[in-house]
Design a protein. Structure first.
Length: 124
């Protein structure tokens, strides 16, 4: 039982160190982008992206990072299982939504017009 606790504490400490390294890398990217503001945008973008990818790879090695990667894999598998509507279904649904919005717009406009006239009659 104590071995399990020690392993958890060690992995927790290692995870904390990995998160610290990740945070430092992100801070370096932000500060470096500001520091090298006179350089072309493309070079700064490549530098920030390289540092961000390295930080993401380090973060993915933590317990929470592995859980997040698993979540992404599961989400991708779920997207593959979804039955997507056909082009005809999408077009028909869009036209129905447009028609309902147009109808409700006219109804609200007429209601506003009527209430405005009623208020003018009451007020004078």
């Amino acid at each position: 039982m104590s071995t399990n606790t020690e392993t958890t504490e060690v992995s927790s400490g290692i995870d904390m160190f990995k998160w610290l390294i990740t945070a430092v890398l992100i801070a370096v990217a932000v500060v470096g982008n500001s520091f090298y503001g006179d350089q072309p945008f493309f070079y700064r973008l490549v530098g920030v992206l390289v540092v961000a990818v390295i930080a993401a790879l380090i973060a993915a090695q933590t317990v929470k990072g592995k859980a997040f990667v698993t979540l992404l894999k599961d989400a991708r598998a779920e997207v593959k299982r979804v039955v997507w509507p056909t082009k005809q279904e999408t077009t028909q649904t869009t036209l129905i939504v447009v028609a309902v919005v147009a109808f409700m717009s006219i109804v609200l406009w007429l209601l506003d017009l009527g209430l405005g006239a009623l208020i003018k009659m009451i007020i004078g």
